[in-house]
Design a protein around this ligand. Structure first.
Ligand code: 5GP
Ligand code: ZN
Length: 113
């Protein structure tokens, strides 16, 4: 069982922000900033290294970039925002389905990481 696969399939409710054939984007349940959207490939990859080694990984990463741009537009993030990927145990990844945090809506400190 994978939490984000269940969210993508609608088995677990979420607040959708954007969707296309490759990615599903929804509000983080525990937002770190006024805007905190998770961009999640619809195909299950464990983490960014898993996506990098997959034959179709580049397609999904391209879709992630396109979704980030869409979210910036939809959420009025023209002044900037941050994209974060946590990878693996030491990287603080808690959900083992690759995802990218789009965080913004406030002036972020330089040392958030
Ligand atoms: P990670 O720590 O793996 O980079 O990020 C996982 C994120 O998923 C966390 O920011 C956490 O708040 C979010 N999250 C965990 N469970 C749920 C859930 O059931 N629904 C939503 N919308 N977000 C979740
Ligand atoms: Zn999954």
């Amino acid at each position: 069982m994978c939490l984000f696969c269940d969210i993508i399939e609608g088995k677990i409710p979420s607040t959708k922000v954007y969707e296309d054939d490759k990615v599903f984007c929804f509000n983080d349940i525990n937002p770190a900033a006024p805007v905190h959207v998770l961009v999640v490939p619809k195909k299950h990859f464990d983490d960014i290294r898993d996506i990098a080694s997959a034959e179709d990984g580049a397609e999904y990463l391209g879709a992630v970039a396109g979704a980030v741009d869409k979210i910036a537009e939809l959420k009025g993030l023209g002044k900037g925002f941050r994209v974060i990927n946590n990878c693996g145990e030491d990287g603080g990844q808690t959900v083992m389905h690759v995802h990218f945090h789009v965080v913004g809506g406030v002036k972020l400190g330089e040392k958030i990481l």
